[in-house]
Design a protein around this ligand. Structure first.
Ligand SMILES: NC(=O)c1ccc[n+]([C@@H]2O[C@H](COP(=O)([O-])OP(=O)(O)OC[C@H]3O[C@@H](n4cnc5c(N)ncnc54)[C@H](O)[C@@H]3O)[C@@H](O)[C@H]2O)c1
Length: 377
């Protein structure tokens, strides 16, 4: 499979590399498959089938850009069979039960998938002789939330009140244990865990997420009911954390994995960390005349979700040279544009690839940074 537009930002680091990507049928995984394809990687995706209707995976024809296989990561034998004799250079693990609200209904499944499923994927990593690195995707919600105004740093305590957040803290501990036990040789494959903010972008149709809820309400001509308008979240376009994951992976594939090992936050700058209500109003303005209508009300009976959440990405900025590229208005504008094109019957694979290409053009080549071994891991 050939790449149609080589991405200049990561050089040839991904060209011809074999990447095992879990969660490739989901929102972030579909975007990442598109980007990896552009970079010339050979992607084996292992996930459950798409769980939303519609899905970015289907709308953008992602299946045609990778070797796509269905397996439950909780079933070690099925996972192993799906991977078959594929020998990955890189594993990016993002399959997860990813919805906070759902985790209240299916807590055991959430813990099983996000904890045991991760261990099953890392067992595949241990048995991969060509492997140069593993990137485990967790979340900003992995931190013990103190409802304070400061951004959480990689050294802050893990925790989580709801099952999803706690499961992602557990994912971090699994990743850390595998890193210390099996991936600690500086000359061997390296393991990183990556923590992003609240991601927005075209092609998300998950339930109980803000932008998909708004898009569904616009299509139905209804008000979007906003349950926690005062909750503050670190909003970012999906390509921002993905560029962080690729920056880490690029280090691993170019023999500088020790620079990338450990935990990394990839959050937005502080001006993109705003209340839900403000984000809704901005999105409404960008959408225009036939824009969304909102009913704001705080629901005291709703399951608990953190009120205030910020991420501190100083470590990634200093040691990986990673920086957010988009202000919140640009991120929302790209998102609105994507959904409008979709509603008009546009070519969503091409539009998504174009958005990636434009975004990638803003990235400067990663600097050659010295080892971060002195940093806490
Ligand atoms: N979207 C966000 O705002 C956000 C923020 C921070 C972190 N994350 C993390 O990023 C990753 C991707 O999130 P997303 O938004 O694309 O989620 P998503 O729900 O759109 O996709 C989840 C993916 O995981 C797969 N999956 C779920 N359970 C599985 C199982 N048991 N076996 C095999 N595959 C399974 C699904 O098939 C799908 O491909 C997740 O790890 C999530 O926790 C997401």
């Amino acid at each position: 499979m050939t790449s149609d537009i080589p991405g200049p930002e990561f050089g040839a680091a991904f060209s011809g590399k074999r990447v095992l990507l879990t969660g490739h049928t989901g929102f972030k995984g579909s975007w990442l498959t598109l980007w990896l394809h552009q970079l010339g990687a050979e992607v084996l995706g292992v996930s459950r089938p798409p769980e939303t209707q519609p899905s970015l995976f289907e709308v953008a024809g992602v299946e045609g850009l990778c070797d796509s296989r269905n397996a439950d990561i909780n079933d070690a034998a099925a996972l192993s069979e799906a991977v078959g004799d594929f020998q990955p250079d890189l594993i990016i693990h993002m399959a997860a039960q990813a919805i906070v609200r759902d985790s209240y209904d299916i807590p055991v499944e959430t813990f099983t998938t996000n904890v045991v499923g991760t261990a099953n994927v890392l067992e595949i990593a241990r048995r991969s002789p060509q492997l140069q690195g593993v990137v485990v995707v967790t979340s900003d919600k992995c931190y013990e939330n103190n409802e304070w105004e400061w951004g959480y740093r990689e050294v802050d305590p893990l925790g989580g009140s709801d099952p999803y957040s706690a499961s992602k803290a557990c994912t971090e501990l699994v990743a850390q244990a595998y890193r210390r036990s099996f991936f600690s040789d500086p000359k061997g494959p390296q393991l990183a865990s990556v923590r992003a903010g609240n991601v927005i972008g075209g092609g998300d149709w998950a339930a109980h997420r803000l932008i998909p809820d708004i898009i569904r309400a616009i299509a139905a001509g209804e008000d979007t009911v906003i349950r926690n308008p005062a909750s503050v979240r670190p909003w970012q376009h999906v390509l921002e954390p993905l560029s962080g994951y690729l920056t880490v992976a690029e280090k691993m594939l170019s023999g500088k994995g020790d620079v990338a090992a450990g935990a990394w936050n990839f959050g937005p700058d502080s001006d993109a960390t705003v209340p839900v209500g403000d984000l809704c109003r901005m999105f409404g303005r960008l959408w225009g005349d036939e824009g969304p209508r909102f009913t704001f009300h705080s629901n005291a009976d709703a399951p608990h979700e953190a009120g205030l959440l910020r991420l501190d990405s100083t470590r990634a900025k200093l040691h990986l040279g990673w920086h957010p590229q988009l202000c919140l208005e640009e991120a929302l504008s790209m998102t609105a544009d994507w959904y409008r094109r979709h509603a008009e019957g546009g070519d969503m694979r091409q539009h998504s690839l174009d958005q990636i290409k434009k975004y990638a053009a803003r990235l400067s080549p990663p600097p050659d940074l010295s080892t971060n071994a002195e940093l806490s891991r």
